[in-house]
Design a binder for this molecule. Structure first.
Ligand code: HEM
Length: 121
């Protein structure tokens, strides 16, 4: 009933998030710097988990029930440089899907606080 579209709606809901994450995975698959982190990962599992987690970040009707960001990423020894690279790849994916600059910025600002949970040497 509200005329104000939610961030989730502006992203075209789960379908739109799926397009972004598929572009993101394609970017990762072609990136020599970070691809090795995903070499032993189940990409379908990652895809579902990342879509659902992103859906929650944009206040969509999703509950991420996977492991915590700390538990997932601890032991991967993700450097700050590689963290930044993955964020760049997500930006490329959003760019590819014609996401507006303001929505990109909003998503990145919601992910930024997770940085310290993911970068753990
Ligand atoms: C803000 C940034 C990030 C967010 C929000 C994020 C989020 C997630 C989520 C939600 C999952 C998984 C899912 C699940 O099990 O359901 C996941 C898995 C994974 N992430 Fe991240 N991640 C981020 C940054 C990174 C970075 C920088 C790297 C590596 C350089 C990375 C490497 C991985 C890998 C390899 C997996 C798969 C683990 C497995 O094999 O199960 N992530 N991430």
């Amino acid at each position: 009933s509200s005329t104000q579209l939610s961030l989730y709606q502006q992203l075209d809901g789960r379908a739109g998030l799926t397009r972004i994450v598929d572009s993101f995975i394609y970017q990762i698959g072609n990136d020599e710097q970070v691809l090795h982190y995903f070499e032993h990962s189940d990409i379908n599992h990652f895809r579902e988990g990342f879509i659902t987690h992103m859906c929650m970040l944009v206040e969509g009707p999703c509950t991420y029930e996977g492991d915590s960001m700390v538990d997932i990423h601890t032991g991967m020894h993700i450097t700050e440089k590689d963290f930044n690279r993955v964020v760049d790849l997500l930006v490329n994916a959003m760019q590819e899907q014609n996401i507006s600059q303001s929505i990109q910025n909003e998503i990145l600002s919601r992910m930024a606080p997770l940085r310290s949970e993911i970068i753990k040497i």
